[in-house]
Ligand binder design. Sequence first.
Ligand code: FO1
Length: 306
Amino acid sequence: MITILAGGTGSVKLVRGAASQSRGINVIANVGDNYWLYGLYVCPDIDTILYGLADLLDTDTGWGIKKDTYGFLRQMEMLGEETWFKIGDRDAAIHLMRTNMLKNGKNLTDITAWMCQKFAIDTKIIPVTDNTVETRIVTNKGELHLQEFWVKHKGQNDVEGIKYIGADKARANPAAVNAIHDSQLVIIAPGNPLTSIGPILSIKGIKKELSKSKRKVVVVSPLVGNKAISGPAAKYMEAAGMEVSPYGIAKMYSDVASHIVIDTSDRLLTRKIQNLDMKVYETKIKMKDKSEEEALAAFILKQVHA
Ligand code: FO1
């Protein structure tokens, strides 16, 4: 059994690669990006994994459903609503069903399992918690929800810090804790360390189980050199006072992971990372197409052993 900790657009490629190599994959999904909009509960990271595995993901944007239409959004605009968050028509159906099921007393875990069944996905997508955890970006202009900072304001404000509101009270999903415990290998996907994986680690029960399982946990660097493969990871890492490099990544995860995969071009850092008591693997980590997703997943499954 293999478990992958995953956020959004950076993580889905590895999840897809792993699912092509092995059955019985569990994905523990971030919920910190979840956002209420027009009375609908949007779970971007769960949906990105869902659409990615169902081969429905819009791979140009990295989110949403490919070839979706935007009639619903145009109508909201006509009604005077803000439309900076682009919800497509088919995507909206997912949020609507989820919201109705929540209103009828179902929890996010059961709803997500039902969605996986509807999309005929045999990978298990497990929300890290059924409680609310909200990632907020502290900026020079005040605190913003991650979606407002990144999508509405286009990540323009200076970042002073990141908060995971509700994490201290959130109960780790027992299915997530069991998945970590029962897996031979746990992979931390190359997602944003502070806004995709950080909220997962901010939940005590998850961090504790990972620390206990450290010998079988491998992290895949989301950086090559001092640049994020995609998204604003470098900006957030700087604000958190971290070194923006695969070494900074290794340091952040060194209490929950004992293996790290870095890009071959970063091999000069291997020695320094080994001093953190981590085993280092060098390979090509950028995944530009399906064959590269499969190649990286196959490399990890073959090379990394507890
Ligand atoms: N990202 C954008 O940059 N612009 C959007 O309008 C946008 C809409 C959107 C709708 C549904 C969804 O599931 C994701 C969406 N995203 C959009 C992606 C999202 O903001 C983030 O990339 C993730 O939360 C990060 O993992």
